[in-house]
Design a protein around this ligand. Structure first.
Ligand code: GAL
Length: 392
């Protein structure tokens, strides 16, 4: 995502003039895990979220949850909020509404998770992808699409996909015929998954897609990164130019390593990933990775957390959902995660932390309260030794 420097200067001037920045930097900073109110004093309801920056405004899209266990299912839709400073958020209402028509794929009570929105400059439309599923076993495992010509919506539901039917991934040994029995045999299972037997299994129907995220590269190419193969392997799919479909170019990342909750970001020409392991609503130890090319090879960098044993084992009681480039600070990012509360879904909390750098590895430390000035304090997070302007 590109951020225009002149825009940032303008924003700084606006903050200085209105005193908003002082509020944001003091009482109005980020307090991970605390209730976070919108402008009207209502708790922000945008879980599994992602953020779009468009023309100087941030749009936070996320799952609207209601009370109790029912809140784990989509009763309302995708909620959107807007902000100019990432701290104060205005309620933009429901961007994508579930359908009252029981036959609709997005009928009330379905599963709509991890909505992400990107802007397509060619078609001048806002493109939302999310994980669509049904029932407790999440058996559909589909990526779903909705579009709008306005950032806040309403988004029109287009349909759902099993990506790339009939297309094998890059670097795949198409000569290696799958053996249907190997997946059934516990002893051979891992080997079979790594070799791609699940890819073959799902080839005609299309690959699975559960926890997903979107990423737009500097050249405008869009990607959908998703947890596939029964949540065992990540799949990276290149999107078509209008971001509404799959080009057919795709690759597998970390076969059989059980990654989900992916968040992809780019710094100084290198690509980084935060993911989690797979333990449902329960938090687990986060993971990180990097690559010189988005197509890999990806190198695992291990757990990015630098906290107590318990904090590291639970990613500060959160699961990644997005990594947001910091306005006007190329090379600096905010980690966004969810602290799920499945028994009372609406009470899930947001864990936003500054991404720090340790020998060019992204790491996370707990900050009970912080604000954007951590990124501007001289040498707050000494990292590359490079001038920040080199990092874009
Ligand atoms: C998590 C996933 C969430 C949600 C949950 C349901 O692993 O990241 O988005 O699907 O499982 O149990």
């Amino acid at each position: 995502m590109k951020f225009h420097r002149s825009l940032f200067t303008l924003m700084l001037l606006a903050f200085a003039a209105t005193g908003t920045f002082a509020a944001a930097a003091g009482r109005g900073g980020f307090r991970p895990g605390e209730l976070w109110m919108d402008e009207k004093g209502v708790p922000i309801n945008a879980h599994g979220g992602g953020i779009l920056l468009h023309e100087g405004v941030y749009y936070w899209f996320g799952e609207h949850k209601i009370e109790g266990d029912a809140g784990n299912y989509a009763q309302v839709g995708v909620h959107v909020y807007s902000s100019r400073d990432l701290v104060h958020w205005r309620d933009g209402g429901i961007a994508l509404t579930v359908s009252d028509e029981p036959k609709s794929e997005i009928a009330k009570g379905c599963i709509i998770e991890r909505p992400k929105v990107i802007y397509n400059a060619k078609t001048k439309t806002f493109v939302m992808w999310f994980h669509l599923d049904k029932g407790r076993n999440y058996g559909m495992a589909r990526a779903a699409l909705a579009v709008s010509d306005k950032a806040t919506g309403p988004y029109k539901y287009v349909g759902s996909f099993r990506p790339t039917q009939g297309v094998l991934p890059l670097s795949f040994d198409s000569g290696a015929a799958p053996d249907p029995d190997r997946l059934k045999d516990r002893k051979q299972f891992s080997e079979a998954v790594v070799a791609g037997d699940i890819v073959w299994r799902d080839l005609e129907r299309g690959q699975m897609s559960r926890d997903l995220t979107l990423f737009v590269d500097d050249d405008g190419k869009g990607y959908l990164l998703t947890s596939a193969e029964d949540n065992l392997t990540l799949h990276l799919h290149e999107l078509t130019d209008d971001y509404r479909g799959f080009s057919g170019k795709w690759t597998r990342i970390f076969p059989n390593a059980s990654n989900e909750a992916p968040a992809l970001f780019k710094r100084a020409g290198k690509y980084y990933l935060f993911t989690s392991g797979t333990s449902g609503w329960f938090p687990n130890a986060g993971r990180s990775a990097m690559a010189d090319s988005i197509w890999g090879p990806w190198t695992a960098l291990g757990n990015p957390c630098r906290g107590t044993e318990r904090e590291n084992a639970t990613t500060f009681e959160s699961q990644s959902t997005y990594v947001l480039p910091v306005p006007g600070r190329p090379g600096e990012f905010i980690y966004m995660g969810d602290r799920w509360r499945p028994k009372n879904a609406i009470d899930g909390r947001y864990i936003w932390l500054p991404v720090e750098w340790e020998n060019n590895r992204p790491v996370l430390r707990w900050h009970a309260e912080w604000d954007l000035s951590v990124f501007t304090r001289h040498n707050a997070f000494p990292s590359t030794g490079k001038d920040l302007t080199d990092l874009h």
